[in-house]
Design a protein around this ligand. Sequence first.
Ligand SMILES: NC(=O)C1=CN([C@@H]2O[C@H](COP(=O)(O)OP(=O)(O)OC[C@H]3O[C@@H](n4cnc5c(N)ncnc54)[C@H](OP(=O)(O)O)[C@@H]3O)[C@@H](O)[C@H]2O)C=CC1
Ligand SMILES: O=C([O-])CC(=O)C(=O)O
Length: 261
Amino acid sequence: MLRIGIIGCGAIAEAIVKGSSSLDRIKITGLYDRHPEKVSYLSGLLREPPEALTFDDMLGVCDLIIEAASQGAVKEFVPPALEAGKDVMIMSVGALGDQELLDRIKRIAEANNCKIYIPSGAIAGVDGVKAAAGSKIKRVRLTTRKPPRAFGVENEENAMHERVLFEGPAREAVKLFPANVNVSLTLSLAGIGPDRTEVRIIQDPSIDLNIHEVEVEGDFGRMHLRFENLPSPSNPKTSFLAALSAIALIKRVSEPIEVGT
Ligand SMILES: NC(=O)C1=CN([C@@H]2O[C@H](COP(=O)(O)OP(=O)(O)OC[C@H]3O[C@@H](n4cnc5c(N)ncnc54)[C@H](OP(=O)(O)O)[C@@H]3O)[C@@H](O)[C@H]2O)C=CC1
Ligand SMILES: O=C([O-])CC(=O)C(=O)O
C-alpha cells in the first residue's frame, strides 16, 4: 500500500482524492493546506479521514508526498520531505527554474535514496522529447493560449482582444506566470533546458480551453503536438489533464506493471 500525503488542497488535489477511490494500492494518509476549510472539504470525500493534517505529521505516515500547491511550497516542503527519506511528486514544476533549488533537491534525493517525480502535467509527449534529447535538438517551443479568466482578467477592456502576454525563455516565463506555464519547465527538463526552451503566452478571448502547442525540431525530425484542454472546474488556470496526469503517475508508481517510457 502506497501511503500518500498531499500539500495543497485545490483543484489538482481534489481530482486526485476523487480518482484515488478507484486505486486499490494507495491510501491518502495526509492532507495539508494553509486554508483548513479546504482540508476539511477534501477529508470529507475520503472513505477514511487522513491521519496527518500537518506537514510534520505527514512525514510519519506517508511514503510519497505530492506538492500540489505553489512554487513557494516546493521551496518550503520538498527539501525537508526528501531529507526525511520521502519520495516527492512536484506539480509546481516552475519552481525548478531556480537552478540552485533544482541542484539542491537532486543532491538531497540522491543522498537519501529518494525519487523526485515530475508528471507530464497539462501536456503529453514528454517521453518523445526525452528520447529526442538523446540526439541533437535544435529548437523547443511552447505556445500557450488561455482565455482571459485564466490570467485573472475578466470584464476589463484588455480582456476583449487577443494579446501576446509573454515571449521569451521558460526560465523567465515561470517567474512571471507561475500558475500558467509549469509545463514549460517540464519540457525544459526533458529537453534542452529552461534558457533555450522558447515560450509564447497568449490571452485569447475567443476560446474557453487551455491550449498548449509544443514544437520540437532536431536530428530525429519534427514533432508538433497540440493539446486542447478543458480547465478544472474550480481553477480555470489549471487543465483537468494536469490532475489526470498526477493520478496516472501515482498508478505507475504503485502498480507492478509500467507502460511507456
Ligand atoms: N505541472 C503542470 O502541468 C501543472 C501544474 N500546476 C500547478 O500545480 C499547483 C496546484 O494547482 P491547483 O490545484 O490548480 O492549485 P489551486 O490554487 O487550486 O490549489 C492550491 C492550494 O494550495 C494552497 N497553497 C499554496 N501554497 C501553499 C503553501 N506554501 N502552504 C500551504 N498551502 C499552500 C493554496 O492556497 P492559496 O490559494 O492561498 O495560495 C490553495 O489552497 C499550482 O502551482 C499550479 O500552478 C497546474 C496545472 C498544470
Ligand atoms: O494546466 C495547464 O493548462 C497548464 C498550467 O497551468 C501550467 O503548466 O502551470
